[in-house]
Ligand binder design. Structure first.
Ligand code: FES
Length: 181
């Protein structure tokens, strides 16, 4: 199963690599990063440009920005999911990103996705009907040492279990609070 996950990851990355050569928006984004000399400090500005160009920040795009600025993907996911002006496609009041990279996958990430789907009544990649929660899957976010990892409203949390996920999300779903995960 981990092999299948890895193969899907590689296939997606090679699709993105071919987009790099042909998608003019990526060339514009590259020019922006070059103008900032690929400085990690330029992350927010680069993400703004990416969102203006693409409308939202999909996982491949975030990984591309992380690689280009030599930042850990977890940092880029953290910033992109923390600020409300960034959208990773469906944007709810709260965002739960589940890492499905190989290290997290072998430690039960798929069960975590199922747990969130059942608890919140939302499908992966979508936002709940009441707008309270968006569930997103990502590839490796650079926190393999604490797999399986999630990003909850911009904060990376590791070594998760179905029980801990329920604990984190219940408050959001019942009270809609913005408490710390
Ligand atoms: S595979 Fe999940 S953080 Fe690396």
């Amino acid at each position: 199963m981990a092999v299948a996950s890895k193969a899907a990851e590689e296939a997606s990355q090679s699709t993105f690599a071919s987009r790099l050569a042909t998608d003019a928006r990526l060339k514009t984004l590259a020019a922006t990063m070059k103008r900032h000399q690929y400085q990690p400090d330029a992350l927010i500005e680069v993400l703004h440009t990416a969102q203006e160009l693409f409308g939202y920040l999909d996982p491949d795009l975030l990984l591309h920005v992380a690689n280009s600025l030599k930042l850990p993907p977890s940092r880029v996911y953290g910033v992109a999911t923390f600020y409300h002006f960034f959208s990773l496609k469906p944007k709810g009041e709260h965002t739960c990103v589940v890492c499905m990279g190989t290290a997290c996958y072998v430690k039960g990430a798929a069960t975590l996705v199922k747990t969130v789907e059942e608890l919140a009544g939302v499908k992966s990649g979508e936002t709940r009907a009441d707008g309270k929660l968006s569930l997103i899957q990502a590839r490796c976010i650079g926190a393999c040492g604490i797999a399986p990892a999630l990003v909850l409203d911009g904060q990376v949390v590791g070594k998760q279990s179905p029980e801990s996920v329920v604990h984190h999300l219940k408050g959001w779903l019942e009270h809609g609070s913005h408490g710390t995960p």
